[in-house]
Design a protein around this ligand. Structure first.
Ligand code: SF4
Length: 422
């Protein structure tokens, strides 16, 4: 009991000094966070304070307060701190802190969007990830490799709609070698010199590097020379090998994914980072994913692009092997997505842009994300075949995308892949 009293006294002193501090710092970010919640019933019956629950709550509030403070000063949080925020912080407080950080990185009221077109190079893939409905085995009736004539039709349509970028993705087809991709990029650039190629991803680079016995750096340099403009963060899923062994055992390991991105950053190739969550990962693995991306970003040369943006999206379970064979349903829900958006903004203190995946979460959650740290809603994505094959069917045209941004209280800013307004 004496111990409890001492503990209580210490807490009261600390709280009193903190409440004094808040008053003295009126107008500071911390006091604004704090003023959103009634914290301490100082005038209430002191007998209440003997409750263990109240002590726990007070300690939690103090811990959160320190974490908000560190976050607002762009001090990197460690994994335990990230998990504590994820598990304990009230959503409205996380949103408030993340929104302040968004303003720090991107002052103003503009929310980004873009026009690009997804074309799948091939749907033949040896990887057969258990969350993917898109891939086919060689010899399947509906297996394909996109022909140059099909590219022409698709690129002409892209230009007619005002876009100039192709997101080129697809399976890891054992029949295609590095030369195939080099030829494809060269042909597309010859036909359409102003076309931007946001293409492949670390798993393809790992695959091509093994197939050709070349380093990641050489593979990337050759692809850049042939016309690659930027490298999507595809295939990150969750950067934990425990998770990858379950959802994508044949794909690049987390270390390989990071190694490719490290080389891309050295070559000053613009890249993005992604996360697909809501399947078999733990909260701690989500946070670890963010920290690994942040740590890699901190290695890049100051004047290099590095990760231009981070894009988290939820696992879509419809018809996937993960659901059919292993009974894993998507744990996606709106509040959890908003929480992950806010946590991403807070943890990724060195990545300027944060994109909400309106294609997978839809209009309302997309709009809320813009108030939780996101500064972008991504592309209207003319033709998307991968996440839509697993149940994500949110589609918007350019006018709808802009009116959604306005409805959320922001000014739509059309941008390119480097997040420059166009
Ligand atoms: S997610 Fe990509 S790598 Fe995995 S099976 Fe599908 S196409 Fe292949």
């Amino acid at each position: 009991m004496v111990f409890e009293d001492v503990k209580l006294t210490k807490i009261l002193i600390l709280l009193f000094s903190k409440s004094y501090l808040w008053q003295s710092e009126a107008g500071s970010p911390k006091s604004e966070v704090r003023s959103r919640k009634l914290y301490l019933p100082l005038s209430s019956d002191f007998r209440l304070l003997t409750s263990d629950l109240l002590i726990t709550n007070i300690i939690e509030m103090m811990v959160l307060d320190e974490l908000y403070e560190k976050s607002l000063h762009l001090i990197p949080l460690d994994i335990d701190e990230g998990v504590a925020l994820y598990n304990l912080a009230p959503l409205e407080e996380l949103m408030f802190v993340a929104n302040r950080l968004r303003q720090l990185h991107n002052p103003g009221n503009i929310a980004g969007w873009m026009i690009d077109r997804n074309v799948n190079i091939t749907n033949i893939c040896f990887s057969q990830c258990s969350f993917c409905n898109f891939c086919r085995k060689k010899g399947s009736e509906d297996a394909y490799i996109t022909s140059i004539d099909e590219y022409k039709t698709k690129v002409d349509e892209l230009f007619s709609l005002g876009g100039d970028q192709l997101l080129l993705q697809g399976g890891m087809n054992p029949g295609l070698d590095l030369n195939f991709y080099l030829e494809l990029f060269r042909n597309l650039k010859k036909l359409y010199p102003s076309l931007k190629l946001h293409a492949l991803g670390p798993p393809e680079v790992v695959y091509l590097s093994k197939k050709e016995h070349l380093s990641y750096s050489v593979v990337l340099s050759k692809l850049i020379e042939a016309g690659l403009d930027s490298l999507p963060g595809a295939g990150a899923e969750i950067l934990s090998d425990r998770v990858r062994k379950i959802v994508s055992p044949a794909k690049a390991s987390s270390e390989e994914w990071l190694d490719v991105m490290r080389e891309a950053h050295k070559l000053n190739l613009p890249t993005s980072a992604t996360m697909m969550f809501g399947h078999v990962e733990t909260a701690s693995e989500r946070i670890e994913h963010l920290i690994r991306i942040r740590d890699l970003q901190s290695e890049k040369q100051e004047n290099h692009f590095g990760f231009i943006t981070f894009i988290p999206w939820p696992f879509q379970d419809e018809g996937t092997m993960l659901l059919k064979k292993h009974g894993v349903r998507s744990s996606y829900n709106g509040p959890d997505y908003i929480r992950m958006i806010a946590i991403s903004r807070i943890l990724l203190n060195n990545i300027r842009n944060l994109q909400a995946s309106i294609l997978t979460v839809g209009k309302e959650i997309g709009m809320l994300s813009l108030h939780a740290g996101a500064n972008d809603l991504g592309s209207i994505m003319i033709e998307e075949n991968v996440v839509s094959a697993a149940g994500a069917n949110n589609r918007f045209n350019a006018d709808e995308m802009q009116s959604i941004i306005r409805e959320a209280g922001f000014v739509p800013g059309r941008r390119n892949q480097k997040y420059e307004l166009v």
